[in-house]
Design a protein around this ligand. Structure first.
Ligand code: CDP
Ligand code: MG
Length: 136
């Protein structure tokens, strides 16, 4: 049975800064993703805190929110078969040093915090995250 899903992807400030937008989008398209929606924006710190609320008890939470709100990001709704898991695999491990060859984080990530992309990790979070950016 087919399982077409939508997932939220973010090209993070470190990657936007290095002009990697088109290269990363090409990887998504070459992997069968359709970019249904996209926008370029800069979050306020309190908006980043809301987006990453699941991590509010983590030691890296403040730095993470400072970082996500430090520059321009590109947010996209990506669609394909099994989009959520497929995108997580395509992104690679959170720490680029541990990510497999060919993954986006292995190719472009600089460090565990500046790891170039975000991707939803479950159907529930995909819905919440898509609504966060694209619900009017
Ligand atoms: O992004 P991913 O789902 O792979 O990882 P996460 O565990 O949900 O963490 C969210 C983000 O926090 C990561 O992408 C990193 O940017 C950052 N992080 C960090 O700075 N230091 C850590 N030890 C773990 C995560
Ligand atoms: Mg996560």
């Amino acid at each position: 049975m087919s399982n077409i899903e939508q997932t939220l992807s973010i090209i993070k400030p470190d990657a936007v800064e290095r002009n990697l937008e088109e290269q990363i989008k090409t990887i998504f398209k070459d992997n069968g993703f359709v970019i249904l929606k996209e926008k370029k924006l800069k979050l306020e710190k309190n908006e980043a805190e809301q987006f990453y609320k699941v991590h509010e008890t983590k030691p890296f939470y403040n730095d993470l929110c400072e970082y996500l709100s430090s520059g321009t990001i590109i947010v996209m709704v990506l669609e394909r078969e099994n989009a959520i898991k497929y995108n997580r695999d395509l992104m690679g491990a959170t720490d680029p040093n541990k990510a497999k060859d060919g993954t986006i984080r292995k190719l472009f990530g600089k460090s565990i915090d500046k790891n170039s992309v975000h991707g939803s990790d479950s159907p529930e979070n995909a819905k919440t995250e898509i609504d966060f950016f694209f619900k009017n």
